[in-house]
Write a protein that binds this ligand. Structure first.
Ligand code: HEC
Length: 490
């Protein structure tokens, strides 16, 4: 045994490479009770390990094709022994990982640990946050059910609003202009190869700079960071330091164990998520809420008036990127202690409150689309009364195709799209046809799901959606109609 170890040691050089890494000194202050602040990064990594293990297990059974994915999830849930638990654990631990990364970042931010000389550590950490979110998003698409289908439709419609590049981004994401067979393959490749690969490389670099620059000492009020003197001071601090393999590892281990137990219990109690309704855009019953890490964006978009939606979707992510990546550059010196940085503390409180409140609204709120428009709300009586048979057929299409998940008639129905009660005065027949067939804004295209006679009937109904006596909207380029053509149009 000893010989074997010596043989290995001679070749691997554990004692010169790994051991010093484990024994590297950390500031004494980071070892005592303050050490509990430093456990969130390693807990994120523990959850990542669970993701990789359960993910490999899932990938062995999951079929990434649009017509088989749903069945393979049902198979995992009901036939594969422990398959349901694998799914539940993967999903729960995914949410846990997003949360843990967010907490880790908050701690680093509050303690000013992103300041000199750890700017790059922070930047790589921000990349890790986005990669984790990317994995969470692509993962929920792989749960190929009605929710995933609708959620992706809304997501793609948002991406489609980017000026000029919009259509290209959508094409890149979906593998075509609409959600189709190629879409799932793309998301599978992203979720299983591309994003995890990037994540592991970025994590390696992150850990490398953490080791290079050492973990920060707990902040002390009145001892600001000065890049000219910091390194020497830190070096002195390390001379009195304690080895990482000791108190710090024990705390990391204990906390990670607690997190793993929590995740396992939640997974076992609540079971796997979905798959929900069959992924067919024409079937009712989907509830296209994103998974909870994204619920807050969904609630925000539901609450916001439609006019600010597009500007916000386009600018907010940019602002977020600039703030997060720029942070260690415009604030890389000065006080680190939270007690001396009231604005930073206030920012954290506001941001977390906002995220929590929006998430709660997302869980409870009506949301948009509401997805129950198909069931209860009838077409208003007076609209029915003034409708011709063709227009009534159109009203039926409107109900059956769940237009009212997003659109209200006389105030009743969804709120994602405009109320259609008077749409006939706003849009011409051509514009209505275009809107229905091609969609636009946050509205999906219905061209492929409607037969020509359904489109005709629907548009007849929509043209008639206007107060009694008011003329339909018309194209200013067309001549004013004579009395006979006007009657024909009605
Ligand atoms: C996922 C939600 C959603 C569904 C489902 C939906 N729409 Fe829309 N619709 C919208 C949104 C959002 C807009 C606003 C588009 C924009 O921002 O340009 C819109 C706009 C419209 C407009 C133009 C209204 C105006 O005043 O400009 C018409 C007409 C319309 N939709 C008809 C329909 C019909 C008919 C259906 C069913 C076949 C339908 N919609 C299904 C979201 C939806």
């Amino acid at each position: 045994m000893k010989k074997l170890l010596a043989w290995l040691e001679h070749r691997v050089g554990f004692r010169d490479s790994i051991l010093p890494m484990l024994m590297h000194p950390i500031p004494r202050g980071a070892a005592g009770p303050m050490g509990w602040w430093y456990v969130f990064g390693s807990a994120s990594m523990t959850l990542l390990a669970i993701q990789i293990l359960t993910g490999i297990g899932l990938a062995l059974v999951y079929v990434p094709s649009a017509d088989k994915a749903y069945e393979s999830l049902l198979y995992l849930n009901y036939e594969q022994p422990m398959g349901w638990f694998l799914r539940a654990l993967h999903n729960t631990s995914a949410g846990g990982m997003v949360l843990m990364v967010a907490i880790h970042m908050t701690q680093v931010f509050l303690h000013g640990s992103f300041k000199y000389p750890r700017e790059l550590t922070w930047i790589l950490g921000v990349c890790l946050l986005f990669l984790t979110l990317g994995l969470a998003f692509t993962g929920q698409v792989l749960r190929w059910d009605g929710d995933a289908y609708w959620g992706l439709g809304v997501g793609a419609a948002m991406a489609g609003r980017v000026p000029i590049l919009g259509p290209y981004i959508v094409r890149l994401l979906l593998g075509g202009p609409i959600i189709g067979a190629d879409t799932l393959s793309r998301f599978f490749a992203l979720h299983v190869f591309i994003l995890p690969g990037l994540l592991l490389v970025t994590l390696g670099l992150h850990l490398w700079v953490v080791l290079r620059k050492g973990i920060s000492e707990p902040p002390v009020p009145g001892e600001p960071v000065d890049p000219t003197t910091y390194d020497a001071k830190y070096h002195e601090e390390l001379k009195k330091g304690v080895p990482f393999l000791g108190d710090a590892v024990v705390k990391d281990g204990l906390f990670s164990a607690l997190v793993v137990i929590t995740v396992v219990v939640i997974a076992a109690v609540f079971g796997p998520k979905g798959p929900g309704a069959y992924p067919d855009p024409t079937l009712p019953g989907a509830d296209p809420k994103p998974d909870w890490p994204f619920l807050w964006t969904y609630a925000a978009l539901t609450l916001l008036p439609a006019e600010v939606e597009t500007p916000l979707i386009l600018t907010a992510p940019l602002v977020l990127l600039v703030v997060l990546f720029g942070l260690p550059f415009y604030a890389n010196r000065g006080e680190r202690a939270p007690s001396r940085r009231p604005l930073a503390v206030l920012g954290v409180i506001v941001l977390w409150s906002l995220l929590i409140v929006l998430t709660l609204i997302g869980i409870k709120g009506p949301g948009a689309p509401t997805m129950d428009g198909w069931s209860g709300i009838p077409v208003p009586v007076d609209m029915v009364k003034r409708s011709s048979p063709v227009q009534l057929a159109g009203a039926a299409v409107l109900q059956n195709k769940q237009c009212r998940n997003c659109h209200a008639l006389e105030g009743k129905g969804g709120i994602r799209g405009p109320d259609l009660t008077n749409v006939g005065t706003r849009l011409t027949r051509d514009e209505l046809i275009r809107q229905v067939i091609q969609g636009g804004g946050l509205m999906p295209a219905y061209g492929k799901q409607l037969k020509p006679h359904e489109v005709t009937a629907l548009v007849e109904f929509l043209v008639n959606c206007r107060p009694a006596g008011e003329t339909p909207a018309r194209n200013p380029a067309q001549p004013v109609p004579t009395r006979t053509t006007a009657r024909a149009e009605n």
